[in-house]
Design a protein around this ligand. Structure first.
Ligand SMILES: Nc1ncnc2c1ncn2[C@@H]1O[C@H](COP(=O)(O)OP(=O)(O)OP(=O)(O)O)[C@@H](O)[C@H]1O
Length: 429
């Protein structure tokens, strides 16, 4: 293999790139790669895992997936998201690893090309997406791939999973980053309002239209248009959206002139759009138009290992420094978060305000976090046992008479008395 030709090819790549041999040794390196890492790279000597991770062994022997190993296993190009130790600290990198063969099909080595992911971090950083779980890294990989093209992206995930944040990351890492990012909130907009907001209107188009007004499609010219909760768009408007997306043209309300639109489309929904299509509530043709590249945002309960890091990030944003006690972290990790990251943020902020000291204890957490939740495959309590547990808890807290407690529980005083007696419980008041 002629190394000077390999070096010339590596130099022609704009992104950080290296050529690696079978023994993980870097044979050729370009300047952007050298500029990324704090160590001196010696071609023919430096090993990739030492340079990027400071490790003494390949990544797969350190508990991380190794893209070279993946290439060896499949014989094909591999891609993974790793956290690298760069000149600017720990940084998310999307790695593309490509096996290179000669004319006889013999493997010469591996070409590695890097993309630094500026929108994510594995330590508290303002304005970035935070996480380090496998589900989070898989999502980052998809975001980075989609950001590089103009394909229509559909973000699907429960409320509070970060759809708006991801839509913004898609915009800032795209070639449209310098152009506008415009959000269209689709929930609760009546048909007429939706059309005039989106397409704008001409003077005199309807009562109150005293001058021409530009619409949001115009405002997003050259940039990204983000339709939040697209599943809430009424059927009558869906056909107009489809026309806009297919033809990239539209007509302001009251105008005869057709205008040309230029935007990258990103949509989000917490609803399962496919099932809306089956029920006839969402047009199938529109679904396929917007779902060019679907990205699933994992709920927080599937990213449990990120909870502690997210809490540190959220506490970092608050004025005085407080930390979570170990038992508080344990309790937060076991909760199921129907409101996902937004709910975690509220919980952390409430606990921060309630904590008298600079350590946040479980007693500072809202009550619902400590309530028993039923996980899949978890041992289910009998209703009788659950009732006993609940009564024990409310009796311990209740300050008034048995009469007021019976009222609050919606049972007669006699029924409550009987239940408490069988459990050996007594109301204080
Ligand atoms: N990975 C993350 N790291 C840090 N903060 C996050 C992350 N993901 C989401 N958040 C925060 O969680 C909150 C909810 O995020 P966002 O509004 O993007 O969710 P959403 O899925 O669009 O919610 P909804 O469906 O209710 O509109 C925001 O305050 C956001 O900054």
């Amino acid at each position: 293999m002629n190394i000077s030709i390999v070096q010339a090819m590596i130099d022609a790549i704009d992104k950080p790139a290296i050529f690696i041999n079978h023994q993980y040794v870097i044979e050729a390196v370009n300047q952007p790669y050298r500029n990324t890492y704090p160590v001196d790279i010696i071609p023919g000597k430096s090993q990739c895992f030492k340079v990027s991770h400071g490790n003494t062994k390949p990544c797969d022997q350190c508990g991380e997936s190794c893209p070279i190993q993946q290439c060896k296993d499949t014989g094909r190009t591999a891609s993974v998201v790793h956290i690298h130790t760069t000149k600017s600290g720990q940084s998310y990198c999307d790695i593309l690893m490509r096996p290179v063969h000669d004319a006889n099909g013999d493997l010469l080595g591996y070409l590695e090309i890097l993309d630094k992911l500026a929108f994510a971090s594995n330590y508290p950083t303002k304005g970035k997406m935070i996480g380090e779980s496998a589900a989070f890294k898989a999502m980052l990989n998809k975001i980075n791939r989609a950001a590089k093209s103009d394909i229509a992206v559909l973000l699907q995930g429960e409320t509070g999973t970060g759809k708006e944040l991801v839509s913004h990351a898609l915009h800032t890492s795209s070639h449209r980053a310098e152009k506008p990012f415009v959000v269209i909130e689709c929930t609760g907009l009546a048909d007429t309002l939706f059309e005039s907001e989106l397409f704008g209107y001409e003077k005199g188009a309807f009562t109150g239209a005293q001058s021409n007004k530009k619409g949001l499609v115009d405002a997003a010219q050259g940039g990204t248009l983000f339709f939040d909760e697209i599943g809430d768009v009424p059927l009558t408007m869906q056909v107009k959206l489809l026309r806009l997306f297919e033809t990239q043209t539209y007509r302001p309300v009251g105008s005869v002139q057709v205008k040309k639109a230029d935007f990258r489309l990103v949509c989000a929904s917490h609803k399962d759009l496919k099932s809306l299509v089956e029920k006839g509530e969402f047009r199938q043709d529109l679904y396929y138009r917007i779902a060019g590249f679907p990205i699933h945002l994992p709920p927080l309960r599937e990213r449990q290992s990120d909870i502690e890091l997210l809490c540190s990030h959220m506490l970092h944003e608050l004025p005085s420094k407080k930390r979570l006690h170990k038992s508080t972290i344990e309790m937060l990790t076991n909760y199921t978060y129907p409101g996902n990251i937004r709910e975690l943020k509220n919980i952390v902020e409430q606990a921060y305000l309630l904590a008298d000291e600079n350590v946040i204890y479980p007693t500072d957490l809202p009550e619902l976090v400590s309530e028993p939740t039923v996980h899949t495959n978890e041992r289910v309590l009998t209703l009788e046992a659950a009732e006993a547990k609940y009564l024990e808890k409310v009796v311990a807290k209740h300050e008034g008479s048995i009469d007021t407690l019976a009222n609050a529980l919606g049972v007669s005083q006699r029924t409550l008395y009987r239940k408490l007696q069988s459990l050996g419980l007594k109301v204080k008041g």
